[in-house]
Design a protein around this ligand. Structure first.
Ligand SMILES: C[S@@+](CC[C@H](N)C(=O)[O-])C[C@H]1O[C@@H](n2cnc3c(N)ncnc32)[C@H](O)[C@@H]1O
Length: 291
């Protein structure tokens, strides 16, 4: 049960026009959004069900809001409110939950050393056609590069691919339906906010939806360790104006049915005795080479 709320002090009340709610108890039912943040599986189900995601750290909250995303509420120690007051005040209807370190930690399941959290409304997922239209695929001269992630399970890898994509100028990333969520807080953190910068969506149905890219003039090339691959240098020499590079799952690589849809298979040559590159490392090499 939640205890009685401590009256908010004058400094807190003056800082922002939002309702500022002091949490006296970890059992407060108003902060369900902030529970069990360390359980990735549970959060995936809960976040999708509630159409939300969690922004962690004052900097990430700022970037999310700058990208046009809307907060449901904010959650932080009192001392961080002043630093975020300008962002918080832009959303005066969003409650601000404040509390002592121990209470916040008991709710989230981890030490909140990054200052603030915000429960954010998840932006609506765009269709492949909408993302392509946003990239200007209607204009025949447009040169474009897209990365596609099939069934990556590790949020660190997803975040790292987004970071490379932003740094190396990819136009968009596309994900298979089962690929780990770029808006999971670890992926956001590793991406350094690039998940808010690089346009992305999921391809449905998978992998047949890849045909939509081929119809828009993309050569769909799978990054692959399998038979019949050309080298990355050979792909670069082709100089395809529109190129989509598909990266496979960390363990199994590309699915057989995806492999059948490819226009080309591409290998980054490696030294003997090495099984493969980490998928995020492979993406960075391929994105750089095809820039
Ligand atoms: C860790 S690897 C998966 C290894 C898996 N045993 C396989 O046979 O594909 C994950 C993904 O990274 C990419 N990758 C890793 N090393 C690569 C390389 N040397 N050349 C091309 N792609 C590579 C591929 O897309 C691969 O599906």
């Amino acid at each position: 049960m939640s205890g009685p709320s401590r009256p908010v002090d004058a400094g807190e009340a003056r800082a922002v026009p939002n309702p500022v709610i002091h949490l006296d108890s970890a059992d407060d039912p108003r902060v369900t959004d902030y529970r069990s943040l360390t359980d990735a599986g549970l959060r995936r189900r809960q976040d999708l069900e509630h159409g939300m995601y969690m922004a962690e750290s004052s900097q990430v909250v700022r970037r999310a809001v700058a990208a046009g995303h809307r907060p449901r509420s904010f959650f932080m120690e009192h001392r961080h409110l002043a630093g975020l007051a300008d962002v918080v005040a832009r959303w005066p209807d969003a409650p601000v939950y404040v509390g002592e370190e121990q209470v916040l930690e008991a709710i989230t399941g981890f030490h909140l050393h990054r200052g603030a959290l915000a429960a954010m409304h998840r932006p609506p997922e765009l269709s492949l056609e909408e993302v392509l239209a946003g990239l200007g695929t209607g204009s025949e001269k447009q040169r474009l590069r897209i990365g596609i992630l099939e069934d990556l399970t590790d949020h660190t890898n997803v975040g790292a691919v987004f970071r490379s994509a932003a740094a190396l100028g990819l136009d968009a990333l596309m994900l298979s339906p089962a690929c780990a969520d770029p808006l999971y807080r670890r992926a956001i953190r590793v991406s350094m906010g690039a998940v808010f910068q690089v346009p992305w969506t999921r391809i449905h149905p998978w992998p047949d939806g890849l045909a939509g890219l081929q119809e828009a003039g993309f050569v769909v090339a799978g990054m692959s360790l399998g038979e019949g691959s050309i080298t990355l240098d050979a792909l670069v020499a082709e100089d395809y104006p529109r190129l989509a590079l598909v990266l496979g799952n960390e363990g199994a690589g590309l699915r057989a049915e995806t492999d059948r849809r490819l226009d080309a298979r591409v290998t980054i040559p490696m030294m003997p005795g090495v099984d493969s590159l980490n998928v995020a490392a492979a993406s960075a090499v391929a994105f750089y080479a095809t820039r």
